[in-house]
Design a protein around this ligand. Sequence first.
Ligand SMILES: *Cc1c(COP(=O)(O)O)cnc(C)c1O
Length: 229
Amino acid sequence: MTASDAVINDALVAERLAEVRARIVRAGGTGVTVLPVTKSFPIDACWAAYRAGCPAVGENYAQEVVAKLGGRDVPFAVHFIGQLQTNKVRALAPIVALFGSIDRSSQVRELAKRVPGARILVQVNAEPAAGDGGKAGCPILEVPALVELAAAAGLHVEGLMAIGPTVGGPEAARPLFRSVRALATRLELATCSMGMSDDLEVAVQEGSTQVRIGTALFGKRPQLQTLVR
Ligand SMILES: *Cc1c(COP(=O)(O)O)cnc(C)c1O
């Protein structure tokens, strides 16, 4: 894709959303929701996705969220799916409907204080070297304790989220997705947010209930600094 594909157009986004939904169906998915990931795109992308029928969008960067969506009365929900710094929670609280990438107890404590009853997903990292190299996600063995801590703090834990490995192609994500699905079932959590533009089929086959889609809906992401100023 070229940068010109990133131009946001309602008809194009609607058409691409239909393609994504068709891919989900071909992979055997039923009732799988699509969370359009609008990070680094202008607010038009959120509107296009909303007008195409998506009730929520996913965003990654706190500064961008505040600049793009702060103080606006919008009819779509914003899910925060990027790495969450605790010092950003206060600014995000009035904008974000669901914190979808919680992976540590400090975030749970900050949310409990600033956003009582916040809706969250716990992000799972099941890579062999989990915890190394600053990779996001709670090591899978520690997820039950974090879920329990969040529930005890009054947060509403709706499910788990996982990002497939960046190397090895879609199949490389299958063992992770399978483990995350099994854990969500064991913990009786309804949402299993797994799958992105390149690996949504594998995620759906392994029981995803929500795919998070950026590139396949909006094209290649522009450079962030050109937008937030
Ligand atoms: C950017 C992002 C996505 C979307 O990725 P695409 O490959 O563009 O579909 C999904 N989930 C998270 C957490 C992301 O940061």
